[in-house]
Design a protein around this ligand. Sequence first.
Ligand code: GDP
Ligand code: MG
Length: 432
Amino acid sequence: MKIKFPLVVVGAQWGDEGKGKIIDILAEEADYVVRFNGGNNAGHTIVVASEKFPLSLLPSGILQGKKLLIAQGAVIDPAVLLKEIDFFEKRGTKVKLTIDPRVHIVMPYHKELDRATELWKGKKATGSLHLGIGYCYEDKNNRFGVRFEDLISPNLLREKIEMFFPLKKRQLELVFGQKTELTKDRIYQEYVSYGWKLKKYLGDVSKKVQELLNSPNSPRLHGAKKLLFEGAHGTYLDGVFGTYPFTTAVYTISGSVFPYVGVAPQKIYSLAVVKAYTTRVGNGPFPTELLNNLGDELRNKGGEFGTVSKRPRRCGWLDLPLLRTATRLSGFDYLVITKLDVLAKIPTLRVCTHYKIGAKKYYEVPSLMTEFEKCQPVYEEFKPWRRDISQIRNFSDLPIEARKYVMFIEKNLKVPVKYVFVGPERKQTIPL
Ligand code: GDP
Ligand code: MG
């Protein structure tokens, strides 16, 4: 059974599952790739012919030369976006990008407030990268934000900065006691130039996507235009259904694609990206975390260091309650299991089948975070495989132990596995 479009790709854990690589692969068949949530705190690394492409804002369809859309649910740091565009243009890649006017813009004071808040939270810090994304969403929700429409219109931009900055300055200096070098003029001068450069990308993404979905050439009718929606972050970084408050500020579950793009509810297939073990960056509960040599082994073998932050990722065993809950929340139609190669030659191999608090069993993530913090993982042992699998391209050539591991996940989640990844390169991919 082939993967159907329109398709939304969602990370099933705490992010860094390998969404960038699968989007790059699926984009070969897609016509449009739509980024609909998060900001440049979501990093992807795509590897093609040994060359690494770190991306944080441009949709991962860029390497396949596809049409790229940034929908209103995402937020843009213009300096970062321009840098990514510049990188590809210098290589001779034409960037076919459309940005919705409703997209919010990360401002310099968002970053300073982010840093100040994390300092104030001390040990209870969220683990934010100080990129200002959370504050940008706060202003969006408070109707105190600068949108793409404002950025590209100098008068509107000045007006907004004049209105917002004095309060931000007071907040930084009087609430947090942090002196700021920012001034209204400096912000305006910097941002107006970004506006000039980005203006040509303006377009109504909501309307365009709806038209593409409804057009006579719609994929649901004739299989002509194929839309791929690229989710940033993982399910447990969802600002509501994730491990709050150690999350991002956005929804990351599949249904969020409708309001974040601005299209009516309809069938959009959903694909989960599942890392063969579990990682997370930043703070917060993590029941299957390995705080021993095995955790270090996974981190080193898997290169588990942030794309954006370079921070070491916390590592642990695969956690089925997390995946079951993610499957319920996002209604996955397909699974991709990534980084199976990293588990090769590991001395022991375990999967958490459920949690326990005293005698009580939990097969899903409890809705109360106070309970989740107390959950003890219950493991099933698996036989590890002893040989490297990174050169294998057929499922039947994998060691029996690796096949059993994959099939166990498929059986438990009752969702078909469509690809297994055995390395970061495009070609290190096993279709099923
Ligand atoms: P994303 O945020 O979900 O897009 O994932 P990231 O790109 O941040 O992190 C995944 C990392 O794992 C990247 O460096 C990928 O190049 C790499 N990667 C993806 N799939 C595999 C795989 O199957 N095996 C190995 N060893 N690395 C992989
Ligand atoms: Mg990432």
